[in-house]
Design a protein around this ligand. Structure first.
Ligand code: ADP
Ligand code: MN
Ligand code: MN
Ligand code: MN
Length: 339
């Protein structure tokens, strides 16, 4: 038997963006525990905007488990927040989403590393050199000294956890980075994004660095990119049947529901979706081949294969909740007949 450190992770009740919360309990197991072995647990919801003080118990229900090599015998336990009667708490954005293990999602999470209230590598006063050489840059001048150490350690923590990272890159603004996660099923892909966010934020503690997930931390008037979380998606039908006719009907549905999509694509997106900096304007819907100024981009492979494959919705932002984003995409897809 060994004593495992079980880190129960959940989303709190803050609006419009939930914060990650976590706490540890120790339990003995013969081997690394699986989901079925992990007990329900509770917390004080009055401290997380999830319950009034008079009746503050909320329930943590484990829904996914990952090894945590940042700690000896560490276990990361992603949880849903439940009411004492077993129904989902109102803040529980995962419980009721659409899921389909044949729907595949690739999220490109962009973020800024921040120190002393400004992007990592920005001088105390003024600005560093304008955007140009930071994206996929190499060298101290482009990426500084600690960012890559953070990004590399984060990558290893995620891979050790079994999170399906597909890649990392330095982004367009100084101090801005991206990682990509691919998963089959909306819950699986989104669980992995949340746990990867958790690992990044926790790792940065020891560097005296914060992660700024806001979609336009430097404001909309300066020539610095914002952060997105492009959602690449494909269903079985899109991968195996597709076709131009189906695609055009699908895009008509995305146009019809554009406001419903924007509503769950992260707060303050009007600051980021301006039509500049590789974005389409918030109130417009468009699609295009390899077009980074469109709402939805078709990769060349999609068109070359007869409108089959995956599509990239470029509108979700870096603070968006991947549970809600994936579910909204599936909801719109479900309105379009496949026959
Ligand atoms: P870019 O920066 O050019 O937009 P990335 O390489 O950062 O592209 O991201 C592309 C994403 O597309 C990856 O996260 C990958 O997992 C995802 N992806 C690739 N194929 C599929 C597919 N069939 N279904 C869903 N997502 C996919
Ligand atoms: Mn990318
Ligand atoms: Mn990017
Ligand atoms: Mn992209």
């Amino acid at each position: 038997m060994a004593k495992y450190k079980l880190e129960y992770i959940w989303l709190d009740g803050y609006e419009p963006v939930a914060n990650l919360r976590s706490k540890t309990q120790i339990k003995e197991f013969a081997n690394f525990p699986n989901l079925e072995e992990l007990p329900l647990w509770g917390f004080d919801g009055s401290s997380t905007r999830q319950a009034p003080g008079g009746s503050s118990d909320c329930v943590l229900k484990p829904v996914a488990v990952f090894p945590d090599t940042g700690r000896e015998n560490g276990v990361l336990v992603m949880c849903e927040v439940m009411m004492p009667d077993g129904t989902p708490h109102i803040s529980n954005s995962r419980a009721s989403i659409l899921d389909d293990s044949n729907a595949w999602f690739g999220f490109e999470q962009e973020y800024f590393l921040y120190q002393n209230g400004r992007p990592l590598g920005f001088p105390e006063d003024g600005f560093p050199a304008p955007q140009g050489l930071y994206y996929t840059g190499v060298g101290f001048n482009a990426v500084g000294d600690i960012a890559r150490e953070i990004v590399e350690q984060h990558l290893d923590l995620c891979l050790d956890a079994g999170i399906n990272h597909e890649g990392i890159n330095a982004e367009v603004a100084k101090g801005q980075w991206e990682f990509q996660i691919f998963g089959k099923g909306s819950k699986r892909a989104a669980d992995e994004v949340w746990v990867a966010r958790y690992l990044l934020v926790r790792l940065c503690e020891e560097f005296g660095v914060d992660v700024n997930f806001h979609c336009k931390p430097l404001g909309k008037d300066l020539d610095w990119n914002g952060s997105g979380m492009h959602a690449n998606f494909s269903t079985k039908h899109l991968r195996e049947v597709g076709g131009k006719d189906y695609f055009e009907k699908l895009m008509a549905a995305f146009d019809k529901y554009k406001n419903e999509h924007i509503a769950v694509y992260g707060p303050d997106n009007h600051l980021r979706l301006t039509g500049l900096h590789e974005t389409q304007a918030l109130d417009k819907f468009s699609y295009g081949l390899a077009d980074r100024g469109a709402s939805i981009r078709m990769p060349h492979s999609f068109v070359n294969n007869g409108y089959k494959g995956y599509l990239e919705d470029r509108r979700p932002n870096s603070q968006g909740d991947p549970y809600k984003i994936a579910s909204r995409i599936l909801q719109t897809i479900a309105t379009v007949p496949t026959a």
